[in-house]
Design a protein around this ligand. Structure first.
Ligand code: FAD
Length: 301
């Protein structure tokens, strides 16, 4: 827990973030970040597509407080959509509302998101609104509600550590949803703290959405949850077309390939760009053993 707090603290440290950008600390990030530009990212996507894996692309960035920065992020995401279309790769978009100005002004953020979703809709590309910490949860759901009035290519995320997750999943059952445990340090007033409670709730949410909801993305590296899902879909005769597994780029690659080979739909979350610091630190907070993975990558080069 101490180590987790340490890395979460680092993920939110602006000074460290600036240093990482300025001095180009690689810290092994290249093992979990698919390049720093669109060309490198598209190459990674093509490699994954070649083995039957689709991708969701995250142009890294979050907690933006300047309008110019949010506008730049929007332009970059529009370029990613264009690149997906031009290269005809099997991929969609994941984005974070704070990257697009949620902390600056709700309506400014909505405008940015609308532009992105409109362009993606023209090309029949899905857009997932990622969920951040609890202070941004309700405004993010509000954004999704607004977008869904006009567009059907939008979905979002339910985090099982929240007490309210069950209520939320019922409200959003007609959406394509990604179900996760949750990556941020949350207070006990709003979220389960014990891993057992979080896991139990995730299993409950997965069962609910598989039986009653639209398409389900089960996003976890936890083989216990994955094995449970395999049994559950078999027992309930749920088609493999109704769900997919998702994992992060660079994590448990063997398991990713194996699941795809077994005929399950599989989607890899592909982050790319220069703003990798917060993302990278959160991965270390989730699983300090990830340091090993990254160290191996660095020293094997
Ligand atoms: P954990 O609880 O971290 O691990 C459980 C067990 O699985 C471990 O004890 C170990 O046995 C095994 N395991 C896990 N990782 C490994 C590994 N690398 N190698 C070997 N064994 C391993 N969070 C959000 O808050 N918002 C989001 O929008 C969001 N989007 C996500 C999208 C995707 C595709 C993924 C995969 C995660 C996302 N997350 C998001 C993060 C998520 O909430 C968790 O913080 C993160 O996935 C860690 O939890 P876990 O379920 O993978 O397993």
């Amino acid at each position: 827990m101490l180590l987790k707090n340490f890395f979460i603290g680092l993920s939110q440290n602006q000074l460290m973030n600036n240093m990482a950008q300025k001095y180009g600390f690689k810290l092994g990030a290249q093992s979990v970040v698919a390049g720093t530009n669109i060309e490198e990212m598209i190459e990674s996507v093509k490699e994954l597509n070649a083995v039957g894996i689709s991708c969701t692309i995250d142009n890294l960035g979050e907690f933006v407080y300047q309008r110019e920065e949010a506008t730049k992020a929007k332009e970059q995401i529009l370029d990613v959509i264009e690149a997906i279309y031009q290269n005809q790769v099997d991929a969609h978009i994941s984005l974070k509302p704070t990257q697009l100005g949620l902390d600056i002004d709700y309506f400014f953020c909505l405008e940015n998101l609308t532009e992105i979703v409109r362009k993606a809709h023209q090309y029949d590309i899905f857009v997932n609104v990622d969920m951040e910490d609890h202070t941004h949860k309700q405004p993010s759901f509000n954004l999704v509600d607004e977008l869904a009035k006009e567009y059907d290519n939008v979905g979002t995320v339910i985090q099982s550590y929240f007490y309210r997750a069950e209520e939320d999943i019922k409200k959003y059952k007609d959406f394509r949803l990604r179900l996760v445990k949750g990556a941020y340090q949350e207070p006990e007033e709003v979220a389960f703290q014990d891993k057992k409670d979080i896991d139990r709730n995730l299993i409950k949410l997965i069962g609910y959405h598989l039986l009653h909801g639209k398409f389900t993305s089960i996003a976890t590296h936890d083989h216990h949850i994955i094995n449970h899902v395999k049994e559950f879909v078999k027992a309930h005769n749920i088609s493999k077309e109704k769900f997919e597994f998702q994992m992060l780029y660079g994590f448990r690659k063997d398991l990713q390939f194996q699941l795809a080979k077994e005929g399950y739909k599989f989607c890899t979350y592909v982050p790319f760009g220069t703003d990798w610091y917060g993302y990278f630190m959160r991965r270390l907070a989730e699983r300090p053993q990830n340091l090993n993975l990254m160290a191996k990558q660095v020293f094997n080069k």
